[in-house]
Ligand binder design. Structure first.
Ligand code: SAH
Length: 462
């Protein structure tokens, strides 16, 4: 190992930063956050630094660097754009046995400032020893995405009760098992959901319970988005990493499933119209069985679980059976397909409202408020509409929607094979037939749909 990694407690210790620009500003912010007493030495300061001086948060040494600035200082950071000056600061520090860092000059530095993932009190520091800070930054981005934000509060909680935990489980193996439960179980889930008081109470209950708390399963209803894995939320990604079992729809793309924990059990409960499918009741039973067996169950749905996804029914069923249930929203098809086709769903000139509708089944057709939908200057986003395009078009025209109202069909939205077919409402059924549109496809009707011609940026236009 090249460098010796340390985390320094700088509380109340004087630290000098030479330079008063934006780089210095960033370094000073971190130093202040760790409690150091910052002196900034420079002839000129940024407005933000000046304000901090005025507020008495930092001390200003005016002028050009002189070795006396180092009096009483524990660390120094040289952050000027003058290489010679930086070198002089480093040399003076070396004479006085003060550790120095010169920004972007590892050869002149006695210590390096790592890239940091902050989940205070948990801190992850990454360094390449100055070899390639860009790589350190990339690693930091990966960890930022991976590390749950609730790790901060969890670590703080463990810190507060550490002595009691050690007393309760003096045996190391048992203690480890308890910490595993803290990290993987319901306490963490509560913290993730901003319920810190309940989390603490649960930890205390477990401390007073006669035995280790029994595992209890949880179901996460997770929105997988429309297909492009880049549209997953961080929460969804983390859920996929933690899941013991994943029950997914057929709409969930392979690229998304590939991000799941390798050893998670995967069950395809895809409900394809016409094809082989799993009844909703069966899905409920599967969810229940796996959760009751103490597993972390992820119910992964295309788009958003609460938009034409029957997530509401699954949540109600699970609650009736006493199973904890959490929802991770996803980017719904209407939002994603519109974006990937360059169609703003609302637009000050073209549409002030958006209707999310489903064209699935006769009942939904009959239930629609056709006179309202036939008004112009509004957008309709129709899910599962491919099979009923004739009827849909006819009804809209009958109720007076203009025949030249633009439409766009986005097939396989956000996937590499995305196609956009567009035209005027009167030609909708014919064009869809001509281009052999297949599900999944989302239909957008309304003035905004015309914008796809000018603003398409993804996939192909038919
Ligand atoms: N819960 C999902 C919708 C499920 S209903 C969501 O929020 O998006 C299934 C319908 O969604 C499909 O018939 C289609 O109309 C639409 N859909 C889902 N993914 C799509 C995609 N990648 N491209 C186009 N339409 C999609």
């Amino acid at each position: 190992m090249g460098l010796y990694p340390i985390f320094a407690d700088l509380t109340g210790l004087p630290v000098l930063v030479v330079g008063g620009g934006h780089v210095a500003e960033r370094k000073i912010a971190m130093l202040l956050a760790s409690g150091a007493r910052v002196r900034v030495g420079a002839p000129m300061l940024t407005p933000a630094l000046l304000q901090q001086v005025e507020e008495g948060r930092i001390e200003h040494l005016d002028g050009t660097f002189q070795p006396a600035w180092l009096d009483g200082v524990w660390l120094v950071i040289a952050a000027t754009d003058d290489h010679e000056l930086n070198a002089r600061v480093a040399a003076s520090a070396e004479d006085r046995r003060i550790l120095a860092n010169v920004v972007d000059a590892p050869a002149l530095s006695r210590f390096q400032v790592p890239a940091v993932v902050d989940r205070t009190p948990l801190t992850v520091a990454i360094s390449t020893g100055g070899a390639a800070p860009v790589i350190a930054r990339r690693v930091r981005e990966t960890l930022e995405a991976e590390l749950d934000h609730a790790l901060g509060p969890l670590t703080a909680l463990a810190q507060r009760h550490r002595t009691r935990i050690t007393q309760r489980w003096p045996d190391l193996a048992e203690r480890r098992a308890f910490y595993d439960w803290l990290h993987d179980g319901p306490v963490m889930a509560l913290l993730r959901n901003a319920r810190s008081n309940e989390a603490e109470q649960m930890l205390l209950d477990a401390l007073h319970a006669p035995a280790s708390p029994p595992a209890k399963g949880t179901v996460l209803l997770v929105g997988a988005g429309p297909g492009d894995p880049g549209l997953l939320t961080l929460r969804a990604l983390r859920a996929l990493n933690q899941a013991d079992v994943i029950l997914h729809d057929s709409l969930v793309s392979e690229a998304v499933l590939a991000l799941a924990r390798r050893d998670a059990e995967r069950i395809d409960v895809g409900k394809r119209c016409g094809g082989r499918h799993t009844q909703q009741e069966q899905i409920h039973q599967l969810l229940l069985e796996h959760a009751q067996a103490g597993r972390l169950v992820v119910r992964l749905k295309g788009g958003d679980p609460f938009v034409f996804g029957r997530g509401g029914e699954e949540m109600e069923f699970l609650h009736q059976h006493g199973i904890a249930c959490q929802i991770v929203p996803g980017v719904t098809a209407a939002v994603a397909c519109a974006a990937y086709a360059g169609i703003p769903l609302t637009h000050r000139e073209h549409a002030r409202t958006v209707h999310l509708l489903t064209g699935h089944g006769k009942e939904s057709m009959d239930a629609m408020d056709w006179p309202a939908l036939a008004q112009d200057h509004q957008t309709m986003a129709v899910y599962m509409g491919v099979a009923r395009l004739d009827e849909l078009t006819l009804r809209l025209l009958e109720h007076g929607r203009r025949p030249d109202t633009p439409f766009a069909i986005i097939e396989n939205g956000t996937l590499p094979q995305q196609r956009v077919i567009s035209g005027a409402l009167r030609d909708l059924p014919a064009l869809a037939k001509e281009h052999a549109v297949h599900p999944p496809a989302l239909l957008i009707i309304g003035e905004v749909a015309a914008l796809t011609h000018a603003h398409a940026w993804f996939g192909s236009l038919a």
